[in-house]
Design a protein around this ligand. Structure first.
Ligand code: HAM
Length: 458
């Protein structure tokens, strides 16, 4: 039942609806909001150094764009898209991911005429009408990176190295790469046949979704999370056994480059990813800490088969056919997306330390004349890069000093009537309680020196 509240204002029995965020969607507040912002900055800095340019995309795209690229028979297209009918009768979808939109933008904006390769990245919310649970939301954020115009296996290795280094740079503990290859259009045909033959013999035991997948999109049988289907998967044919020579060489080289770059990985023969546009290399990222924790709760830690698989915080792969499929020129591509919500969950403890004790100052004022001084001072501090906290509506010295304490401010700057007359400020070290009077024209210089000293001794 929806929570109801009586209206206190009218005193009548009128009942008000208490609004909640839609199911599976959440507000991002306080420290998490800082961490989201922080991840965006870290991603931006890494994107700069690896040569990715930022692009911003519409939240809505033609529904058909995702049907064609992500594919019929995938959970995203069959069950999870938020489809909107416009007044004009168009069917649009809230983006369930970014790759299709970036490819659409590449074609529409003639990016094939730019010097190749082209690298683009973006950051924002995506939407999937999934079953909400821990780490799985209906609105979630992704940082997405796409690399167009390079078919060499070094591009796959570069993208994986980039994904790992960025994740480590944000503080994800013990980043693990899970990798596989799903071959090309030719060798995948053989694999699909073998997969169908295997699953047909077990079809009575499959879940209803997999019975349908067996007919429409057999590769998606390997994505199923149903317990019985996961058990059946254990003896299914592996993609590696069906690769053509070119795909096999490509994969061997990718692994060789990763070895050279000292990027560790687990070979996962059943990793096929839940989207249809991939060919050859596919990969996912998980945190080893999380993996060990979850395994310890169940059956112990095995190298290649953890008892209960944790959610991956990132994933990607090669998709050489998508550009042509969407009407562009044949262009090889490889990319990945990081799940921002999941990364913030994983790195919260480590990353949050950075926000705990930034030396800042708290402005305390007593009386209207001091308030005027304070207002001027806030701007002066800001232009000199000093973060000030304040609550100018308060009068009580005690309450303001309590706030300074809560904010973990390094110094309180106290302006009372006497200070206004003397054109001075009391500088109080919040840790030691020692106070000194500083003339206003000396304040910035004194404060900068004191804050520098604090930084050194932290
Ligand atoms: P994806 O594996 O569907 O790939 O999503 C990438 C990441 O987004 C996941 O690893 C996860 O961290 C996060 N994510 C996905 N769904 C949810 C959800 N419901 N709640 C919270 N987080 C979620 C793609 O989207 C591809 N477009 C990646 C790619 C880019 N491939 C090539 N280029």
């Amino acid at each position: 039942m929806e929570p109801l509240k009586k209206s206190a204002r009218t005193g009548k029995e009128k009942q008000q609806k208490i609004f909640q965020a839609p199911k599976g969607m959440h507000d991002i507040l306080g420290q998490d909001a800082l961490l989201f912002d922080d991840l965006r900055s870290v991603a931006g800095a890494f994107a700069d150094s690896y040569g990715y340019q930022y692009i911003e995309l519409p939240v809505l795209e033609d529904r058909e764009l995702f049907v064609r690229s992500v594919g019929v028979g995938t959970d995203i297209v069959d069950k999870e898209m938020y489809v909107v009918r416009t007044q004009g009768g168009d069917a649009l979808a809230l983006r369930p991911e970014f790759t299709a939109g970036i490819v659409r933008a590449y074609i529409q904006n003639g990016m094939q005429n730019l010097p190749q390769p082209v690298k683009a990245w973006t950051f924002g919310p995506a939407f999937r009408h999934d079953n909400p649970q821990a780490g799985r939301y209906r609105q979630f954020w992704q940082a997405d990176f796409e690399f167009f115009g390079a078919d060499h296996p070094i591009a796959d290795a570069e993208v994986i190295q980039f994904a790992v280094k960025l994740s480590e740079g944000f503080g994800i503990p013990d980043v693990c790469v899970y990798i596989n290859t799903i071959g090309c259009a030719e060798c995948r045909g053989q694999y699909r046949k073998a997969l169908k033959a295997y699953y047909r013999s077990k079809s009575r035991k499959l879940c209803s979704d997999c019975k349908r997948r067996l007919k429409t999109n057999p590769l998606r049988l390997l994505d199923c999370k149903n317990e019985t289907c996961v058990m059946i998967r254990k003896n299914a044919p592996e993609t590696l056994e069906y690769l053509c020579k070119d795909c096999s060489d490509h994969f061997r080289k990718v692994l060789g480059f990763l070895d050279d770059a000292k990027i560790g990985y687990f070979l996962d023969p059943y990793l096929v990813r839940g989207l249809d546009y991939y060919n050859r290399t596919v990969f996912e990222l998980k945190s080893g800490n999380q993996r060990r924790q979850e395994s310890a709760e169940t059956d112990g830690f095995e190298q290649n088969a953890p008892a209960r698989e944790p959610l991956s915080f990132g994933g990607g792969g090669r998709y050489d056919y998508l550009m042509k499929l969407l009407g562009g020129q044949d262009t090889p591509a490889v990319g990945f997306a990081l799940g921002v919500d999941r990364m913030v969950d994983l790195a919260r403890e480590e990353r949050a330390k950075a926000f705990k004790t930034g030396p800042n100052v708290y402005l305390v004022q007593i009386g209207d004349a001091a308030r005027m001084q304070a207002l001027r001072l806030i701007e002066e501090l800001r232009t000199h890069g000093i973060a000030a906290r304040f609550d100018l509506s308060r009068d009580s010295l005690k309450a303001q000093l309590r706030n300074a304490d809560r904010e973990q401010s390094a110094y309180a700057l106290i302006i009372g009537q006497k200070e206004v007359l003397d054109n001075a400020v009391i500088l109080r070290d919040m840790q030691t309680g020692i106070q000194e009077s500083v003339l206003m024209h000396k304040l910035l210089e004194t404060l900068a020196a004191r804050l520098k000293q604090k930084h050194k001794t932290r």
